[in-house]
Write a protein that binds this ligand. Sequence first.
Ligand SMILES: *Cc1c(COP(=O)(O)O)cnc(C)c1O
Length: 244
Amino acid sequence: MNDLIPPYESVLARIAAAAERAGRAAGDVRLVAVTKTHGPDVVRDAVDAGMDCFGENKVQEAAWKIPLSPASAHWHLIGHLQSNKARQAVRLFETIHSVDSVKLIDTLEAAARQAGARPEIYLEVNVSGEPSKYGLTPEALPGAVEHCLATARALTLSGLMTMAPFDPEPEHARPHFARLRQLRDEIEARFRIGLPHLSMGMTGDFEVAIEEGATDVRIGTALFGARPKLARPASDPDTTAGAL
Ligand SMILES: *Cc1c(COP(=O)(O)O)cnc(C)c1O
């Protein structure tokens, strides 16, 4: 018996119910299973249970894990990306949710061209304005979009991402998610482009996010339980930062 089947089915049912409340199709919401700190054994069980799309927040950890995981898995980077890891990132990930500066757009574009990679990117927006969070300010977003449209050929801009402030009450996240959707609508109208993806919602707030239009929910704890501190070789430089 695969232990991940019950939590996976429960998360799928909650996604479907939230989508239905919002008059949306459950199939419009993609589950990005967040496997950070878990080993490739967990990814294998997750694939056996039916999951196919996985999120990691650190390039170094992903570089170790992805080659040991089933080749059918699709990988998304959801954590802050340092420029010096861009070349690795474009080889490992199909989609990068956490593009948070114009400089990073340029670095990723150059890295993708060099690697012959064609990643999708989402721009991360710091909607709440919390100083501890990465992301473009809402004011800086149009400039970053314009830069992307003018310069990016290897990268495909297809969405926006945000994280709500930590809060045990999911309803408190709703205005932040609604704001991201509103920013998306403004960008689409202003630049006459389609920006179909909204990456928002985690274990504590994904149902509210779906009600507000999320197309990608990034869920770890509800699927895999509390995160272990370490699931990688101790020599890995990224391990010192610990789990989120
Ligand atoms: C860890 C993480 C998640 C998943 O968090 P859970 O609360 O375990 O579902 C989602 N998004 C990002 C950016 C993360 O780092």
